[in-house]
Design a protein around this ligand. Structure first.
Ligand code: ZN
Length: 270
């Protein structure tokens, strides 16, 4: 499942390929699961900007005589955006939508079909409910205030998209390892110094992952169809039974809310 670093990677890679191009049209190949009312309004507009909001990729579309529109692509479990500078060598398998541009095609593939497309007339329409973990708005004090209101275990709290946006199973485990916090600690039990550690780990792990172009796992691929390199940098995720790189202890796996959590009992004490 793509998390914040993977979606950020896709948006950054697509931006220079798409910016300035005019939209010829949008073809839907799976209208039952992927409808998009009003898609005719896209035609003739120029892509002014490509960016990430939460786990969505946003295309800002401008027209001379009309207000801007935003096309939001939510990749969900298995969605993938790939740019091809022409119709040749385009795989049809799992292809759900094609944004036809003046110099190429933006292809939306989605084997599991949970991904969505939406058109918005204002940024309020796609603004995520939670705080962006990499925005200056998320100070350590703000994080502390958010944590204070919940007794949920830290691991599950980090997955809540109405608190922080963009974190999933992989980065929640990694962030807690780097913050040296046990995944089952209640969110509100953190002391000020521990909140500061979590705040630092959040930013460091996410920035590092973006630099490594997302994680290699499942079928995540970036916009060029190449897998990310962060998989080799994972300290605990998917490594149950292996030795901890910091203390030499054995990494454990536990299930929280039907999802696996990986942690080092030596470094992350309860
Ligand atoms: Zn350890």
């Amino acid at each position: 499942v793509p998390e914040l670093p993977e979606v950020e990677t896709v948006a950054r890679q697509l931006a220079p390929l798409l910016a300035g191009q005019r939209v010829a049209g949008l073809t839907l190949l799976d209208r039952a699961r992927l409808p998009l009312p009003g898609r005719g309004r896209l035609r003739g507009r120029r892509i002014a900007r490509v960016f990430r909001a939460g786990k969505q990729v946003l295309l800002e579309l401008r027209a001379r005589a009309a207000a801007p529109l935003w096309l939001a692509v939510h990749l969900r479990m298995t969605g993938r955006l790939v740019y091809r500078p022409g119709a040749r060598r385009v795989g049809r398998r799992h292809l759900r939508a094609v944004l036809r541009l003046e110099r190429g095609w933006l292809l939306f593939y989605d084997p599991r079909r949970f991904g969505t497309l939406a058109l918005h007339e204002s940024p309020a329409g796609f603004a995520p409910a939670g705080v962006e973990p990499l925005s200056p708005a998320l100070t350590a004090a703000r994080l502390g205030a958010l944590l204070e209101t919940s007794r949920q275990p830290l691991k599950l709290w980090l997955l809540r998209q109405d608190r922080l946006v963009g974190l999933g199973n992989i980065y929640a485990s990694e962030i807690l390892f780097h913050a040296r916090l046990h995944p089952e600690r209640p969110a509100s039990s953190l002391r000020r110094e521990e909140v500061a550690r979590l705040h630092r780990a959040l930013r460091r792990v996410l920035r590092w992952a973006i630099d490594c172009c997302g994680t290699t796992f499942s079928d995540f691929q970036d916009a060029h169809g190449v897998s990310g390199a962060f998989g080799a940098c994972l300290a605990v995720y998917g490594r149950a039974g292996e030795g901890c790189g910091r203390c030499g202890g054995t990494i454990e796996r536990r299930v929280h809310g039907q999802r696996s959590t990986y942690f080092c009992p030596g470094c992350q004490r309860g």
